[in-house]
Write a protein that binds this ligand. Structure first.
Ligand code: HEM
Length: 469
């Protein structure tokens, strides 16, 4: 490529904005990602915006996005404000670490969430699946209209908490548990603060800032109690040094040159709880949104479930590997409704990506959702067609570009919880379809995409009817 083909940031188009505030008023909403999608329609897949003078480059171009993701950690880091906001909340873990610190954090976390360990955690996933199944059986008998998002959140928090600390938190049956309530406060506040032009909370604490402080204190207290408990267990039972029984013990055990401080352990446990909860439960909720509108898909998942296992839920991990159609449902859901539709990065240096000249310190928003629903990459892109993910594909669907899917990010920093999340999704989708038919209790167009750092279906209400054999 010759020099005159290069594009400088100053040459990029910009959508219409306000004089001083720039694009902030339009962006300060519950559906930021959809505002970005509208701007892609207006300006194409590469443009710039500004919030009160602070400039961002926005890319919805999958080639550029994939390259930037792969150029981490050296070429790009996460948008530095994320680190600032998380550190201010006391969270200093793998998600916001950079450079060599990130490498140190990433290794044990990737190991703790490896396929081998997810297999070992499988009894936990199965136990929570059976609990939520019993609860939904009651709901179906009582014809209860179910707020599935809340229910799935309880499911994922119970799994993550047991994997993280070995603690059996039964939020599925005891919604009043305050731990979940405190965690629910965090994401919306990260979302608001990351794009706030002025950090008002540092000068004046509003009610929501005080609520956040209280929740952070409560979570800190619980996590440190678990850290102290785990330290005692390891001291009393040195065998745990060789075979830690959960994520927290694994982080506490000295591991070569990876030796974490208590603050880093706290940061990583907190990160895991945050990263593992909303993302997975929101993806499950979106799956339910589609399943309730596609009884023929539910039927196919059910047929597969009956073929693969005879029990109520897939009894062992090997069953899960055979649930190819349930997996395709999960995949298709995340294509259409990725719960992390955009990622925020910053360049570490002057760098050229594809044909774009990016100066050091440029803030970048990667809008990954747009390409996932474009005809160039997926034929009939707006249709829910799980078959496109099965080997051999669907003859009706010619364009199929899996590499454009960035639901779990990409490059060295791709989501280390991907395998755990997919396992939770496949098991629950398969189990629920085996036992129930679903009906949406609101019109599909009234289920709105809402973004609070992760994207969830607002107003999703579903009823469950038992399957009669
Ligand atoms: C459907 C569920 C999930 C989705 C859609 C999701 C998505 C993502 C995305 C997009 C990223 C950013 C990746 C990047 O920068 O390239 C990420 C990072 C991360 N996720 Fe997930 N995630 C899910 C579940 C989980 C679970 C279950 C865990 C752990 C219990 C987890 C732990 C993490 C961690 C620790 C990071 C930071 C990785 C790093 O910076 O090196 N995630 N996730």
């Amino acid at each position: 490529m010759t020099d005159n083909q290069l594009v400088e940031v100053r040459e990029l188009k910009s959508p219409k904005g306000a004089f001083l505030l720039g694009h902030l008023p339009q962006f300060n909403t519950y559906n930021k990602h959809q505002v970005l999608e509208r701007w892609v329609e207006e300006c194409g897949d590469l443009f710039k915006i500004h919030f009160v003078g602070k400039e961002f480059v926005v890319s919805a171009n999958p080639d550029i996005n994939n390259k930037m993701l792969r150029l981490r950690p050296e070429g790009f880091k996460r948008f530095s404000k994320i680190d600032e906001i998380l550190k201010e909340m006391g969270v200093d873990g793998v998600f916001n670490a950079e450079g060599d610190t990130w490498k140190r954090h990433r290794k044990p976390i990737a190991e703790a969430l490896s396929v081998k360990n997810v297999k070992a955690y499988y009894p936990i996933i199965l136990d929570k699946t059976n609990r939520i199944l019993e609860k939904f059986k009651n709901y179906s008998q009582q014809k209860t209209i179910v707020d599935v998002q809340k229910e799935f959140m309880a499911f994922t928090i119970d799994i993550t908490t047991e994997i993280a600390f070995g603690h059996k938190l039964d939020t599925i049956n005891n919604r009043a548990d305050s731990f979940q309530k405190h965690l629910e406060v965090i994401f919306p506040m990260i979302n608001t603060r990351v794009t706030a032009p002025i950090p008002i909370w540092r000068y004046f604490k509003r009610k929501k800032d005080k609520t956040l402080d209280d929740s952070l204190k409560a979570i800190e207290k619980v996590i440190y109690e678990f850290i102290d408990g785990a330290k005692k267990r390891i001291a009393e039972n040195p065998k745990l040094k060789e075979h830690p029984s959960n994520f927290l013990e694994a982080l506490l055990v000295e591991n070569g040159d990876v030796n974490f401080t208590d603050k880093e352990i706290y940061g990583n446990v907190f990160t895991m709880l945050l990263a593992g909860e909303d993302t997975t439960s929101n993806s499950l909720s979106w799956a339910m949104f589609y399943l309730a509108q596609h009884p023929e898909t539910v039927e196919k998942v059910r047929e597969e479930a009956k073929r693969v296992y005879t029990e109520d839920a897939p009894n062992n991990y090997e069953n899960v590997e055979d649930l190819k159609y349930a997996n395709a449902v999960a995949q298709e859901t995340m294509r259409l409704k990725p719960t992390t539709p955009q990622l925020y990065l910053e360049s570490n240096d002057d760098i050229i990506v594809e044909h774009v000249v990016i100066p050091k310190g440029t803030s970048i928003i990667l809008q990954n959702k747009v390409a996932q629903t474009q005809d160039d990459y997926f034929s009939s892109p707006d249709d829910f067609v799980p078959e496109r993910w099965l080997s051999g594909g669907c003859p009706m669907h010619e364009n199929h570009a899996p590499n454009v899917m960035r639901a779990f990010g990409g490059g060295a920093r791709y989501c280390p919880g991907m395998h755990l999340a997919k396992t939770e999704m496949v098991v629950l989708i398969s189990t629920l379809c085996k036992h129930f038919n679903f009906e949406l209790e609101v019109a599909p167009e009234d289920v709105r995409e809402k973004f609070e750092f992760t994207m969830y279906p607002g107003n999703l209400k579903v009823t469950f009817t038992p399957v009669v054999d």
